[in-house]
Design a protein around this ligand. Structure first.
Ligand code: SF4
Ligand code: SF4
Length: 237
């Protein structure tokens, strides 16, 4: 196992400040199968970053998505892809292998997933935990963030990883989901996604009802009703 240094390199902290990224961290992924680089080698670490969504827009989709949300979703994804690409290039310039994971890129359409879960990198980096709505919840922005992941071979001080959820007795998202796709399970590290979310039911609902928004990729009702998000909105007033 590689030795980890105790402090993040100063250049990385400055890079994050310069790009106005206030919530980020490093994840130890040595126990996970990450995507490989062009030489076939996988990565032991990742940098996870969270881009906050506009809380007023998020609070406005409790009955279903709208165009403002679809635009905000596209804005955040575009920004994540730009920042992740830049950071990956910076890491490579400094001599470290790196690869950016695209935002919201569904590469496995049968199992409805991408090359690696952004949420796994984020929980391993300690950015937050997973709520009953199967999304990351952060202390600072609630669940109203979108995530980026940049894999790297650079050894970084990581985590501490999230070990448990903090939903308590709340089941608002489960009760509100119009597709009945949320099963009510409490997250723990390593829980299979299927135990929390019926991803096919969620996807079907989006396709059948909200196809006009990124071809059925948007819903967000479960996130919009989450008290951890609404709390942020109150602070923002
Ligand atoms: S995104 Fe919509 S359909 Fe999917 S789980 Fe959340 S509320 Fe249900
Ligand atoms: S709405 Fe309630 S149960 Fe659902 S993720 Fe948020 S806190 Fe957890």
């Amino acid at each position: 196992m590689p030795e980890l240094s105790n402090a993040c390199p100063a250049w990385l902290t400055s890079w994050m400040d310069m790009h106005d990224i206030s919530l980020w961290g490093a994840a130890d992924l040595q126990a996970f199968s990450t995507p490989a680089d062009e030489t076939g080698r996988r990565f032991s670490f990742a940098i996870s970053l969270a881009i906050p969504m506009d809380p007023h827009i998020m609070a406005g989709i409790q009955q279903g998505p709208n165009q403002a949300y679809a635009d905000e979703y596209a804005r955040a994804n575009k920004l994540i892809n730009e920042l992740s690409g830049k950071l990956s290039a910076e890491l490579q310039n400094k001599g470290f292998r790196s690869k950016a994971l695209a935002a919201s890129d569904r590469t496995d359409t049968i199992n409805i997933k991408g090359d690696f879960p952004h949420k796994t990198a984020a929980t391993r980096a300690g950015l937050g935990w997973i709520g009953r709505h199967c999304q990351l919840i952060t202390r600072r922005f609630g669940p109203w963030v979108r995530l980026g992941t940049v894999f790297t071979a650079m050894e970084l001080p990581c985590g501490p990883p999230a070990e448990r959820e903090h939903c308590g007795r709340c089941t608002l998202c489960v009760d509100t989901c119009p597709a009945g796709a949320l099963k009510g399970a409490a997250w723990y590290p390593g829980i299979p996604r299927e135990e929390i979310l019926d991803v096919s039911a969620c996807d079907r609902w989006k396709n059948d009802n909200y196809y006009q928004f990124h071809k059925g990729h948007n819903c967000g009702i479960c996130s919009a009703v989450c008290p951890y998000g609404l709390k942020i909105l109150k602070k923002d007033k």
